[in-house]
Design a protein around this ligand. Sequence first.
Ligand code: 6AU
Length: 373
Amino acid sequence: MSEKHPSLTMAFGERAKNASHPLTDYLFRLMELKSSNLCLSADVYTARELLSLADKAGPSIVVLKTHYDLISGWDYNPQTGTGAKLATLARKHGFLIFEDRKFVDIGKTVQMQYTAGTARIIDWAHIVNANIDAGKDMVRAMTEAAAKWKERINYEVKTSVTVGTPVSDQFDDGENGDDPDRLDPREQYTGFTRDSRDVDARKGSIVSITTVTQSFESVDSPRLSKNINEGDDIVFPGIEEAPSDRGLLLLAQMSTKGCLMTEEYTQACVEAARENKGFVMGYVSQESLNTAPDDNFIHITPGCKLPPEGEEENGHLEGDGLGQQYNTPAKLICIKGVDVVIVGRGIILAGDPPSEAERYRKKAWKAYLSRVA
Ligand code: 6AU
């Protein structure tokens, strides 16, 4: 890490102006607005706890980090489920959602894990992260998947329904039956009603056909309009809604004892970030990796804890006994040069998590102010 890199002394508001990713620009401005560079790692057990914690700690944070797969009772409904509820809280309190999925696989598999399946992570998480052990092509695969998704959600679904008398070739069961696009409910669905008196339907006469055609119409709002219910559209004052762009953080270094990520691996992350600036926002790392003159990546850092209130801040912090190691916000932000600290158990296990989140917010912000002073 070069101590003199301009990103270490530049205010977040200034860095927003040079950001190559719309979400990084937004996040830097949000950080200035809320005087916060705190990410809460909401590693709790149930969806109810997650939503309650997000609502209560929301005012102190700029990023809420999830591990959706450790939450019991996660509701997958795209309109009313846990992801949609988190998105509502994110708009209300002004924070971004970061699903800590640590993707690592061949490009095609990762594209599917990111955009499809039960969780449809891309629909509700502004940010995800990836371990690029599989190689840099995986980052390109995710970049392409996110671009396709964005193209798609920027169009609102328009539905028209027609009912008509059938003509014989309209009910050839085999026709289009193998076309997967036809099965996508957002594109086209055709259903038909058989005469209910014919129980086995073999000789049934078709009395009506209902065709539901859905077309896409361009909309300006960055949000997924189909996910918004009445009363859920409160937006945090002082800044516009987050852009609909999606962003990636590369897991370049880990906080754990004996981590096997080599310097060569970390350097490959730096190259992948520079090659995919339109999608990669920055890194999950333990220090600043901005070295080229125009590097302006954001660094989000776990393994952060404060000693209990009133205790010496420069003393040694115990790990968790399972490999996790901790540093204070002051060390990570002022000495290591990272931008946002991620805190999980330091806040969650406190007697009063929202006020502990506020204590971390103040400490981390003070460290940032002294770095740029
Ligand atoms: O503050 P903690 O130790 O309770 O939680 C730290 C959180 C956990 C980890 O899965 C995550 O941060 N994490 C990561 C991430 C964010 O990718 C990388 C890493 O090197 N160390 C780490 O703890 O949810």
